[in-house]
Write a protein that binds this ligand. Sequence first.
Ligand code: ZN
Ligand code: ZN
Length: 240
Amino acid sequence: MKYLNKTKDILLELIYPNRCIVCNEVIEFMTDRRLCPECKDKVKPITGRVCDICGVPIISNNICSDCRGAKLYFKKVYPAYEYKDEIRKIVHNIKFHDHPQYIKYFADILCGYAKSRGFENADTVTYVPMHPKKQKIRGYNQGEILAKEIAKRGMGEFKQLLEKVIDTKNQHDISKEERRKNLKGAFKAINTEYIVGKKILLVDDIYTTGTTVNECAKTLIKAGAESVEIICIAIVNKRD
Ligand SMILES: [Zn+2]
Ligand SMILES: [Zn+2]
């Protein structure tokens, strides 16, 4: 059976060779790499000093200017990358095209990164839900697929804990304050008996202003969760 599967993989790869997630170049035969060597050099996880809360790279202090004084319901964020250049293209590809193999690739990296920054396993791994109307149009929620892959890597049990009950308008090009108002009451906790006392890991793709994950964390904490931590692919770095 194993042999047959391997043969199938080889045949599939002959027909559909692996391509680099960023530049679409064909990648060397039968490797599980998802990036060509050139792009791999440009896509590097965050190293060095980061904000104790949101994980953005910082030069001085322990907490960045965005997190300082903010009312945050989550404990900590683990973004593996800064949202720029190649990572921007990759996240766009994952978001708008169904690329399960890329999600697996990033699940490995995100778990390794979070652990290297001191993350210890959660009870439950969950995700930021889309409004059913939007999910129907796209056909899938990349955050949900990523959360399932992260759960599979031993980070906690996968479970949906939130529902999006308001079909909010697009968050782009609006201020942080408007984002907050826009999202107020947009999420509802489900499986509420289960949530009580749980250490939750919330998975998202991009941390922009943190408004979305903070609203989700608020909903989970109010439902009785013990703590909420966040794993995301990348963080937008606009801090001073
Ligand atoms: Zn490439
Ligand atoms: Zn911060």
